[in-house]
Design a protein around this ligand. Structure first.
Ligand code: 5RP
Length: 237
């Protein structure tokens, strides 16, 4: 099957990350079109004899991995992972990310936090000087969504962010529901002047289950662009 130019870049980043994997490792498998290339690479290596155990970050990734005969586990059985490889919607020079475009941010963050290393794989289109071009996904409990949206707006304002907070829909009239049974708000704040401050303020809102700012989690970012592969951070960390 021939890949479009951008899919080829995603595949190159995924192959570079797959080269970090050794038999015996416990892996977190991310979600999204870029992470799906990594899962395919692991599937090929498993077919060739690689012995790894993997925790998927979504039901979608679980189904893909099962189809490739990748050995799966849960964080209850395997609470510490060696390496998680995942995509991102945006990243900045400090390895801070926006994630959740695919709606899997909660499990993605839980799995990344349980991993010694998190390597992000991406094409160069996701690189920004300051986070916020991509609407920030915020996962919220279904109870009291309007009150939670208001609290998000107030927390954002206190951190220099303004813009609409919109409930995500998967079809007209059908709210998008995450694997965990929650809703997602997409927050169109534009540039986020203080991602750390905003992250802390969102964490303090009771109705917010988790948000898509991943700070202090990624240890390296593999960026594929037509000129070649670049790495931010430390792949061995
Ligand atoms: C899913 C995510 C994905 O990693 C993010 O949306 C990037 O996806 P893609 O590789 O398809 O661009 O956070 O919740």
């Amino acid at each position: 099957m021939s890949l479009s130019p951008v899919e080829q870049l995603k595949r190159q980043a995924a192959e570079r990350a797959a080269a970090l994997v050794r038999s015996g490792m416990k892996l977190g498998l991310g979600t999204g079109s870029t992470a799906a290339h990594f899962v395919d690479c692991i599937g090929e290596k498993v077919r060739d004899g690689l012995d790894v155990i993997c925790v998927p970050t979504s039901e979608r990734t679980r189904a893909q991995a099962e189809g490739l005969n990748i050995k799966l586990s849960t964080l209850d059985e395997t609470p510490e992972l060696d390496l998680t490889v995942d995509g991102a919607d945006e990243f900045d020079p400090k390895l801070r990310l926006i994630k959740g475009g695919g709606g899997a941010l909660l499990r993605e963050k839980i799995v990344a936090a349980a991993s010694r290393r998190m390597v992000v794989i991406t094409d160069a289109s996701k690189e920004v000087e300051k986070l916020g071009k991509f609407k920030l996904p915020v996962e919220a409990d279904l109870f009291g969504l309007t009150a939670t949206a208001r609290q998000i707006e107030l927390a954002a304002k206190a951190n220099g962010c303004h813009g609409p907070v919109s409930l995500r829909y998967s079809a007209p009239g059908a709210r998008f529901i995450t694997d965990g049974g929650n809703a997602i708000f997409d927050c169109d704040f534009g540039v986020i002047p203080d991602p750390d401050g905003l992250a802390a303020a969102l964490n303090a809102i009771p109705g917010v289950v988790e948000h898509g700012l991943f700070i202090g989690l990624a240890t390296a970012i593999i960026i594929a662009d037509p000129a070649g592969i670049r790495v931010l951070g430390d792949l061995s960390a």
